[in-house]
Ligand binder design. Sequence first.
Ligand code: BV8
Ligand code: ZN
Length: 255
Amino acid sequence: MTADGFHIPTNLIDHLHSSEKIVVLTGAGISAESGVPTFREAKTGLWSQYDPQELATPEAFNSNPELVWKWYTWRQRLIATAYPNAGHKALVSLEEYQANQAAGFVLITQNVDGLHQRAGSRNIIELHGNIFRTRCINQCRRDEQGPGQNTFPPRCPNCNGLLRPDVVWFGENLPREALLQASLASQTCDTFFSIGTSSTVEPAKSLPYGAKQSGAVIIEINPNPTSLSHSADFSLNGPAGIILPEIISSIRRES
Ligand code: BV8
Ligand code: ZN
């Protein structure tokens, strides 16, 4: 099923009216309309000569912490000037719409930009951490805000070890509790949205298949096809910032 000119299929709206638990998985695409480059299209500006998958690794940090911190500082500054867009805000409305269902809404994000929190979403699982948090490589502390002092790269005030961005790098395990909660939510929902993700990164890319196996309706929102598209019940080909608000107004119009 595809949305024709962003007309949302009626049977999708009917399904959402009766849905008891909605799980949403977002990727970098939902922040694209806020001006935050997506992960694999981040061929903009200073970083076009580097492959993000090469920089977001423990090996890169161990061999060149200054370069990796320059990349993250550049991204932090870019994200700090960005604002949640209509897609982020529509997910807040969807969570509010589900409020009368106990545990009716879970937002799982691969993004590290914190834009869902700033939009007002509440039940969020950050699978890959948060770019504004730092943690000590000797694991003696984790700080919500960025590094306080002015040494570069920043060092831990406890042990003087290097501080690192509190994100999950390629080759690193995801936070155990976050992955457990995300898997459980995906396997116990009746509706699973996959929004703005190329569905290439494990283990996040497996979540919709767990939902499908448990009988959930799978809805993908992405201007481009992905490896998930052929398994989705609805594949809405367009930008999240246009399609999600249309879904919210259709739900309200027809309720
Ligand atoms: C792990 C934080 C155990 C850092 C990120 C099994 C098979 C093969 C490989 C593996 C496997 N298991 C593990 C791996 C290795 C690896 C992996 O999956 N590699 C892939 C690339 C093959 N996974 C890991 O290493 C994970 N760890 O599994 O631990 C382990 C350990 C060792 C060995 C084996 C197993 C850790 C992965 C986490 C990496 N960290 N981010 C940082 O951000 O700096 S991942 C990074 O990619 C971002 O978080 C990003 O969100 C995420 C996924 O990318 P997307 O979000 O999908 O973004 P992308 O740019 O790709 O796509 C954007 C999409 O948006 C596009 O489709 C576009 O069309 C769409 N779009 C554009 N505009 C819009 C839009 N959509 C809607 N609206 C729009 N307007
Ligand atoms: Zn320390």
